[in-house]
Design a protein around this ligand. Structure first.
Ligand code: ZN
Length: 228
């Protein structure tokens, strides 16, 4: 239940007194190294943990095990211009916009625009978890920006329910062959939506997408260097 201070009766006043104690502790997601903290929003913490438990298994299967403790903080404010989720490199820290903030601030012209906000929120958690998992792995080419986003966007779309995945793919030309060089840092910086669309089409043009992600995660393939 979400606490509503304006309706506080005597029972809820007890909850007011207990609230600061609860808010100090992060919720440890069962069977994982991930914790969630959403000030005064235990239902959001529980939602995040449900996503984390499922995502951890999927990420592990495709080469992105979560091997270090990761903290997820829900931000009831702003993460900066157009940003709905953020992984802090080297800090094992993820920040995500609170669901109601996300509803108010999400882009309406991207490939995810047909995905309902609650499930879009879930998919952002997966996106940032993929970054966290990849951050713990070596980056043999020395620069892994586009490579990390390739893993993150693909893990995010892969985690969507079939209906939502179909809605995303309806905005992507899945038939046009995407060359390796077309998934790069320049398109990531200038047109992140195009990058995400190309990444998903490119991955789905591989024989075994999950195996391919394992190779990308392990540094066998990179999207951060020009290929000859
Ligand atoms: Zn990202």
């Amino acid at each position: 239940m979400i606490f509503q201070p304006k309706n506080a009766g005597s029972m809820l006043c007890t909850a007011v007194l207990l609230l600061p104690m609860r808010a100090e502790a992060d919720l440890l997601c069962p069977g994982t190294l991930v914790t969630a903290r959403a000030p005064a929003e235990s239902a959001v913490e529980e939602r995040i943990c449900a996503v984390v438990v499922e995502a951890a298994a999927q990420l592990n299967t495709c080469g992105l095990p979560i091997t270090r403790p990761v903290q997820i903080l829900v931000i009831d404010g702003s993460l900066g211009d157009g940003c709905v989720g953020l992984y802090h490199c080297g800090e094992d820290l993820i920040e995500v916009l609170a669901p109601d903030r996300l509803e108010a601030n999400r882009s309406r012209d991207g490939i995810f625009d047909a995905v309902p906000t609650d499930r879009f929120f879930d998919s952002i958690i997966v996106h940032e978890l993929a970054h966290a998992a990849h951050d713990a792995l070596p980056c043999p080419s020395g620069l892994c920006l586009a490579t990390s986003e390739y893993l993150a966007y693909n893990s995010q779309i892969m985690s969507l329910e079939p209906d939502d995945q179909r809605a995303v793919m309806a905005r992507i030309d899945m038939e046009e062959t995407v060359k390796h060089d077309e998934v790069n840092a320049a398109i990531l910086f200038f047109k992140p939506n195009v990058f995400a669309a190309r990444a998903w089409a490119h991955l789905n043009q591989r024989d075994d997408p999950c195996e391919y992600l394992r190779h990308v995660a392990n540094g066998v393939f990179t999207f951060d260097r020009e290929r000859p």
